[in-house]
Design a protein around this ligand. Structure first.
Ligand SMILES: Cc1cc2nc3c(=O)[nH]c(=O)nc-3n(C[C@H](O)[C@H](O)[C@H](O)COP(=O)(O)OP(=O)(O)OC[C@H]3O[C@@H](n4cnc5c(N)ncnc54)[C@H](O)[C@@H]3O)c2cc1C
Length: 471
């Protein structure tokens, strides 16, 4: 039951109701879902608990601190330990560990990683400055002379200094202003230098860190932390995708142009159900062609993988997405995933509202087709600036008809005064809005506006589930 009469209206109406019982409706029952809302809190508690333990360990293993030099060197040591701990946590957050990804959500992990990165780089800078200052005071030397002595006498310190400079460079390249100017690929390549920085800095921790030189258990614990983090990265980021791709032998089955600048890629392979992908999730796709083998870009599944097969639908944004239009059937594909926590497991309520912005409809299209729902319990709103920019419209209408679900198109330009993503408009569209779980996906600005409107309309934060397409 699609509506087509919502173009550029400030208070659009919902469609007429279809006859009850049209199409099979898998029922939804509460209590079958995992308690995933507690998972982010648990992971945060573990992370901060680890940080607190690191500081406590420094405190307990430091015999006494005397004078200005002692305090400066002590502060330098604790900031160094903090930086080392933060780096290991940053690796783990980005290791693409499936349960972490599903429970916390990839975009939230990325936000934590970005925030943690700022802490880590600040701690590295503070560590270097405090240690240098402390040793200068202790040796009655000026900081330049002292820096020379430290760099020339201790090869581990020299390597760690190079590592620190690399980390600062990565931090600068990740600052918002720099990110906007850099191509994604350039930024990503620079980011890979973090691995080199970690390798370069590792030895100075054991060679010069007072907490380690005198304690074998401390060295074992620290090595365990780093081995665990490195193992997770190698296993989940490299080995699992290779094994998975060899096992499933994924290939491009068909490429279909959906509209101007919008293309769908269908995949075939062996035992695809064993990928255990869920509607709402995404993979990082590496197409083995001459131009594309080096890039793995994230695209969400736009079909329900359990019942409809594997497909992505891509809006042309730049070089990678544009090249997908020319893919030949039979092209081999490495798919890393499934990833992302925007799945039915987050649902708590019988009624569900899906709000999509433009091509953000892809994961929600898969959920729209598959979420168990009774007649009238499932609503999809698609925000787009113009009708040609509404992706997959015929499919959405067909699903709505088949399932007795509701779909509404919020079409119009904000520049022309059309703004349906505010509390009163949403309440008019979905009168019992507060009784819904809401899944949101689209560009950052759109999801932020919809999130604020939903909160204002009284939907609790824990029932608004978002995924941003911007990493
Ligand atoms: C979880 C997730 C799911 C997504 N699902 C879809 C989808 O179903 N359909 C769709 O059309 N788009 C989707 N996107 C967006 C899509 O990944 C980018 O538009 C695409 O990678 C752009 O690459 P490009 O070379 O064509 O354009 P560029 O002009 O090179 O990139 C445009 C922007 O896309 C982002 N981007 C580029 N490469 C990557 C990468 N390897 N990893 C992460 N971000 C990258 C960057 O923010 C970049 O600024 C999704 C993004 C994410 C994060």
């Amino acid at each position: 039951m699609a509506i087509t009469d919502l173009e550029a209206r400030p208070t659009p109406q919902m469609p007429r109701q279809a006859a009850p019982g049209t199409g099979p409706q898998p029922a939804w029952a509460p209590g079958r879902q995992l308690p995933v809302s507690a998972a982010p809190l648990l992971v945060l508690t573990l992370m901060w608990g680890g940080a607190a333990s690191t500081v406590a360990w420094w405190w307990l293993s430091t015999a006494s601190v005397h004078g200005l030099a002692g305090w400066l060197i002590g502060a330098g040591r604790v900031t160094g330990l903090g930086a080392g701990y933060a780096m290991a946590v940053l690796l783990i957050l980005m290791a693409r560990i499936p349960w972490l990804d599903r429970a916390v959500g990839t975009d939230r992990l990325v936000r934590w990683h970005a925030m943690g990165g700022r802490y880590a780089v600040s701690l590295v800078v503070a560590h270097a400055a405090l240690i240098l200052w402390g040793y200068s005071v202790s040796a009655h030397a000026n900081p330049v002379e002292q820096a020379k002595t430290l760099l020339l006498s201790y090869p581990d310190v020299l390597m760690a200094t190079v590592a620190g400079a690399l980390l600062v460079a990565v931090g600068i390249s990740s600052a918002r202003a720099a990110r906007r100017r850099l191509q994604y690929e350039t930024w990503h390549l620079l980011h890979l230098y973090t691995y080199l920085a970690i390798a370069l800095s590792f030895s100075h921790t054991f060679a010069t860190g007072e907490q380690f030189t005198s304690s074998a258990p401390a060295r074992w614990a620290w090595s365990g932390l780093y081995l665990g983090a490195a193992g997770a990265v190698v296993w989940f980021r490299f080995l699992v995708p290779i094994v998975q791709s060899l096992r499933h032998r994924l290939t491009v089955a068909a490429v279909r142009l959906e509209g101007p600048g919008l293309v769908s890629i269908y995949f075939s392979g062996k035992n695809l159900h064993r990928l255990d992908a869920q509607a709402g999730q995404f993979f990082r796709w590496r197409f083995l062609t001459k131009d594309l083998w080096w890039a793995a870009n994230p695209y969400s599944l736009s079909l329900d993988p359990a019942t409809e097969g594997l497909r992505i639908t891509v809006k042309v944004e730049g070089r990678h997405s544009e090249a997908l239009m020319r893919l030949a059937p039979g092209t081999r594909v490495f798919a890393e995933g499934p990833a992302g926590g925007l799945t039915a497991a987050r649902r708590r309520r019988r009624k569900v509202l899906l709000i999509a912005g433009g091509v953000g409809v892809t994961p929600l299209r898969a959920m729209f087709a598959s979420l168990p729902a009774d007649y009238g319990d499932l609503t999809l709103l698609v925000r787009a600036a113009s009708w040609p920019e509404v992706p997959l419209r015929a499919e959405l209408d067909a699903i709505a008809r088949r399932r007795g679900a509701r779909v509404g198109y919020l079409v119009g330009r904000r520049a022309q005064g059309y703004d349906p993503l505010h509390a009163s408009a949403l309440q008019q569209l979905v009168p019992d809005l507060r009784d819904h779980d809401v899944f949101l996906c689209g560009p950052e600005g759109m999801t932020a506006a919809a999130h604020a409107a939903l909160r204002q309309a009284g939907v609790p934060r824990r029932r608004i589930h978002t995924e941003s397409f911007a990493f």
